[in-house]
Design a protein. Structure first.
Length: 320
């Protein structure tokens, strides 16, 4: 009888040990392994594989705040993979749900900031007042926790831009701008690059605000400052400067500004497409044809460029 009890106890101990190893070691190891795989696929732009690995991660560690937060952020950053507006809203709702699953005791400043940014994306998608208010409330809370953090005001400014509240956006962007420290020669290079990149974003936001206020000179001035701080990594700003001249009816200068962007990003079909459309509007069919052909070489499925060749009679002088 005693031997039987001993055998039962040994079996129970072994079972307990196995369960302990599973819960405290193996599940942690597997979750970490799948998370690393998810990061590899994410960096390789394989979104479907990234999601599959995240599903495995959360199956093994469903309550780990680190994984919940990262999954939510990656869902927000992966919205470009979805073309349908409704699908994007569903994905961003899933991101919010993941953040809200994190225990209150584990909700730190970074988690709150991520939630504010995610709600800002949702507000931009839905354009609903309640979504803007939820995001703004979170940004206000964040500024009370860390009133000197410029990047919070930068994100908040973007929210007001998306809400088309230009005057408030201008005020908040100014707060962000004046909170950034002066870039000095002795500032470490990595820190300088980070500050220049963020301040370039602020100048771009100023440019966008002044553009919508139809202050063309001020808008171009701000965009130019953004380019000076980060000249090679912001080719999209040339398109925004081109839009300033387009709005004023100066198509020739708009074309020249877009050509700057094309030189910096020659494999992006958006540039020859924009230039082709401007030449088409000018009535210069030969130049329009040349740039639409370039756009189709880079993006054979481009509907706008294809339309030029499919329906030449709809373009002035295209039949010549």
């Amino acid at each position: 009888m005693r031997l039987f009890i001993k055998i039962i106890l040994i079996i129970l101990l072994v079972a307990l040990l196995c369960v302990s190893v599973w819960f405290f070691c193996l599940r942690v190891f597997l979750a970490d392994a799948y998370f690393r795989k998810a990061m590899q696929y994410r960096n390789g732009n394989s979104w479907a594989e990234t999601l599959m690995r995240y599903n495995k991660v959360l199956a093994y560690q469903p309550y780990q705040p680190f994984y919940q937060k990262n999954f939510a952020i990656d869902l927000k950053n992966g919205l470009d993979f979805y073309k349908n507006q409704e699908a994007k809203v569903q994905i961003i709702d899933l991101a919010i749900e993941r953040i809200e699953k994190i225990s209150k005791k584990d909700v730190d400043f970074k988690v709150k900031r991520s939630l504010a940014q995610i709600y800002a994306v949702k507000a931009n998608l839905t354009q609903k007042k309640e979504d803007f208010l939820l995001s703004e409330k979170l940004f206000i809370d964040l500024t009370q926790i860390s009133p000197q953090m410029a990047s919070i005001y930068k994100d908040w400014c973007q929210l007001k831009i998306e809400q088309q509240d230009w005057q408030t956006a201008l005020e908040i962007c100014r707060k962000a701008f004046y909170l950034y420290p002066e870039i000095k020669p002795e500032t470490p290079k990595v820190r300088q690059d980070m500050l220049k990149a963020e301040m370039s974003e602020i100048y771009e936001k100023f440019g966008q605000i002044y553009f919508n206020l139809e202050n063309w000179d001020k808008s171009e001035q701000m965009y130019t400052q953004a380019l000076k701080l980060n000249p090679l990594r912001r080719p999209n700003i040339w398109k925004k400067i081109a839009d300033i001249y387009y709005k004023q009816g100066d198509l020739d200068t708009a074309i020249k500004k877009n050509l700057h962007g094309l030189a910096l990003s020659p494999k992006d079909a958006a540039w020859p497409l924009a230039i082709g459309l401007l030449y088409e509007q000018k009535g210069d069919t030969a130049e329009a044809k040349e740039y639409f052909q370039k756009a189709l070489q880079l993006d054979p499925q481009n509907i706008t460029a294809s339309h030029f060749f499919l329906y030449p009679s709809s373009v002035p002088g295209a039949e010549e």
